[in-house]
Design a binder for this molecule. Structure first.
Ligand SMILES: Cc1cc2nc3c(=O)[nH]c(=O)nc-3n(C[C@H](O)[C@H](O)[C@H](O)COP(=O)(O)O)c2cc1C
Length: 462
């Protein structure tokens, strides 16, 4: 079922209620996801992005509710990853006159996935498609009728081929609005009709930036619980975009310098961010509208490591000694009035722990020594974390050992790899902590909490 998001602009994507693992098994999508494709109905109907190939029929049915697929004049591929490009070839076959528009890198990506030589490498059925795209660069635009689409390359957000498409506001009624009678999943009265002087929203289609993996019958961010929304947005940033923090800051600043109004951010996954400006009241709105500026500011904060959060304790244990240390540390941190959460691996989901690490300042990591090293599940988490390069954390290691130890040193080394500012470790505890060692651990927790407060204070003064 399609959904009208603005005059002449339709969500024609798919909700994937079932998916629980993404990018193989690197990211848990416990709330499912959506693959957002957008259809702009103008003189030259334009489709922005597609859906995974197995959902092609559903997207096609959504498009058919609005126009004949063969009428599509432009297909914009903002990104070549298969969750967005999986149906590109199908659409180009269904709409033979459609011109594919993409970045130089995206052309290369699509050829690798669907070109004649390389179909065998792909999880997608072998194709032999000859691409003839219109390659666009930052600053270039295409006129699709009353509307003009502008392109902003966004390399490494999160692949080299990534691109944003921007639709400036346009005075529809004055220019001749598309008929309001077009099919819609909502009664037309709820949308209002274009009046003289009405504008469509200025919309940024940033593909994978600003997304969240949430399956929902709602399409707008203000129609679901904000805590859930921001939690999933943070998880998405932490696990996918964090390595590119400095590029994100630069790209946001570049877009801000362009001084273009953005009333709506329509990402390729999850809910659409919109402001009050230019959008008529909608049924089903249960929350205050969240200005797109909120997610932009959150991206800036997360990219720079800005947080006033507490402490995350994450540990793995064989016989429970390290767990006792974790709880004693939490007691000390709590006594200092700092928020703390404990997560045991592998019992807690790794993607969720990484999100918690993003949102907090302190990171205490514990493991019993196993074969002169930390335990393997914890090692997997730290290995993942080191690639994500989340900024602005202070951390320390702790754990029990039997004879020569080794886990604490291994954790410290890995934390330094992840750009965590490592403070002196809690001394290792032989086999099981004695009462006086528990007391020392509580004190260590208090001291660590004070460091967290000091670092929070320093950064909030910046
Ligand atoms: C399979 C296995 C391997 C171990 N390897 C080491 C080791 O290489 N060096 C060491 O000091 N202790 C080693 N230990 C001892 C544990 O580190 C020790 O029992 C510790 O107290 C366990 O802490 P926990 O209660 O948090 O699991 C090993 C224990 C087991 C069961």
């Amino acid at each position: 079922m399609h959904y009208k998001i603005a005059d002449g602009i339709y969500w024609v994507g798919v909700v994937d209620w079932d998916i629980r693992n993404f990018h193989g098994f690197t990211y848990t999508t416990s709330r499912g996801t959506t693959y957002n494709a957008y259809l702009i109905v103008d003189e030259k109907p334009t489709l922005i992005d597609t859906v995974p190939q197995q959902f092609y029929d559903e997207m096609l049915a959504n498009i058919k509710e609005i126009i004949k697929p063969e009428e599509i004049a432009y297909l914009i591929a903002n990104h070549g990853e298969l969750d967005h490009s999986g149906s590109v070839v199908n659409i180009l076959k269904a709409a033979p006159k459609a011109k594919l528009v993409c970045s130089t890198h995206c052309q290369g990506t699509l050829k690798r996935y669907f070109g004649s030589r390389l179909g065998r490498d792909s999880a997608v059925a072998t194709q032999d498609y000859q691409f003839d795209p219109q390659v666009v660069k930052t600053g270039q635009s295409i006129k699709i009728g009353k509307r003009t689409l502008k392109f902003i390359e966004a390399p490494m957000l999160h692949w080299p081929d990534s691109m944003f498409t921007y639709l400036p506001a346009v005075a529809l009624a004055m220019a001749g609005a598309p008929a309001e009678a077009l099919a819609s999943s909502e009664p037309p009265a709820k949308h209002g009709s274009a009046q003289a002087g009405d504008e469509t929203d200025a919309i940024l289609f940033p593909n994978d930036a600003f997304g969240q993996h949430i399956a929902s019958s709602a399409r707008f961010a203000d129609q679901i619980d904000e805590t859930v929304l921001m939690d999933e947005a943070a998880k998405y940033f932490a696990n996918i975009l964090a390595p590119f923090g400095s590029l994100i800051v630069k790209k946001i600043e570049e877009v801000q310098k362009m001084n273009i109004p953005i009333n709506m951010i329509a990402p390729s996954h999850g809910l659409i961010w919109r402001s009050d400006s230019g959008v008529p009241p909608q049924a089903g709105r249960t929350h205050q509208r969240i200005n797109p500026g909120k997610i932009i500011q959150s991206y800036l904060d997360w990219s720079k490591g800005e947080t006033n959060g507490g402490v995350v304790i994450v540990y793995e244990t064989m016989w429970g000694g390290t767990a006792k240390l974790a709880r004693a540390l939490a007691d000390g941190i709590t006594a200092e009035g700092v928020k703390v959460n404990i997560y045991q691996v592998p019992g807690t989901d790794r993607s969720d722990i990484i999100k918690e690490i993003l949102l907090n300042r302190g990171l205490l990591v514990g493991s019993s020594t196993h074969n002169n090293d930390m335990l393997p599940n914890l090692a997997g988490l730290l290995y993942d974390l080191s690639g994500l390069r989340i900024k602005g954390k202070i951390g320390a290691a702790f754990g029990c050992f039997g004879w020569a130890g080794g886990a604490i040193e291994a954790i410290e080394e890995e934390l330094k790899e992840t750009t965590v500012e490592v403070v002196n470790a809690l001394p290792g505890v032989k086999f099981s902590p004695a009462p006086e060692e528990i007391a020392k651990t509580v004190e260590f927790g208090k001291d660590f909490a004070r460091r967290v407060k000091a670092k929070n204070g320093t950064s909030s003064q910046k």
